[in-house]
Design a protein around this ligand. Structure first.
Ligand SMILES: [Fe+2]
Length: 238
């Protein structure tokens, strides 16, 4: 297998339904050993934005970004979409958290993206070439995978020893990239609000399933995708 196809989980981004849910989940993580690696009260556009708290467990290496979408009176934030519009065609009253995206880390993001594009994958953003407090950080974000969910994947390349994150103090994300993702995503969502139509990562659900299964063959630890509910729906249960 080519080196760039060997992937590691980098982080999972979890949307929360309210400031209360956001604070409760943040509190749980802070009290169970997770170290803060990113924290902004509001980032985004003038109109809508999000609060983001990212943290990493120094022993397990698990990294989570917790997000609360801040809507405007006349426009919801895309980060509220699962709670405002539901998933799987229905709204769940008691849903307070939703896995919005799963970031997988590669040693060569250009090669991985090119490989996926040659197989028909569509990306929402270019490759953002930035840095965090540990070193160079490149990230790009796919189109959503399903019509009735809000889930997408992220590709990440960190040109430093990522095991330092959470063990040493420092920010592991870039404001510039977080803001660019938020704003691009909100523009995409604004189109969806008008048309109820999406451009998806792959053209059909069958193709999504086969391509994601193929990509996940390179992911270690094996079976991690089962911990990412919308992805498990595609590749495990689907
Ligand atoms: Fe992310």
């Amino acid at each position: 297998m080519e080196e760039f196809l060997k992937l590691k989980p980098d982080h999972r981004a979890i949307l929360t339904s309210s400031p209360e849910a956001f604070s409760a989940i943040k509190g749980l993580l802070q009290t169970t050993g997770y170290e803060t690696v990113y924290n902004v009260e509001r980032i985004g556009e003038q109109k809508t934005g999000m609060a983001t708290f990212a943290c990493k467990h120094p022993m397990t290496g698990d990294c989570l970004a917790i997000i609360y979408g801040i809507s405007a009176s006349d426009e919801p934030s895309h980060a509220q979409a699962p709670f405002d519009f539901g998933i799987g065609g229905k709204k769940a009253k008691a849903m307070h958290a939703y896995t919005q995206h799963f970031a997988m880390r590669t040693n060569n993001i250009e090669s991985l993206r090119g490989h996926l594009e040659s197989r028909g994958a569509k990306f929402l953003t270019p490759i953002f070439n930035s840095a965090d407090q540990f070193g160079p950080l490149k990230q790009c974000f796919s189109r959503e995978l399903l019509d009735d969910e809000w889930f997408f994947i992220e590709l990440t390349q960190r040109d430093y020893d990522s095991s330092r994150i959470g063990k040493e103090k420092g920010t592991a994300f870039s404001d510039e990239t977080v803001r660019a993702l938020y704003n691009t995503k909100q523009a995409e969502f604004r189109d969806w609000l008008k048309t109820q139509k999406k451009t998806k990562m792959f053209e059909s659900d069958d193709k999504t399933k086969s391509e994601m299964r193929r990509l996940l063959e390179g992911l270690e630890p094996k079976g991690f995708e089962k911990l990412v509910k919308p992805l498990a729906r595609i590749v495990v249960n689907g």
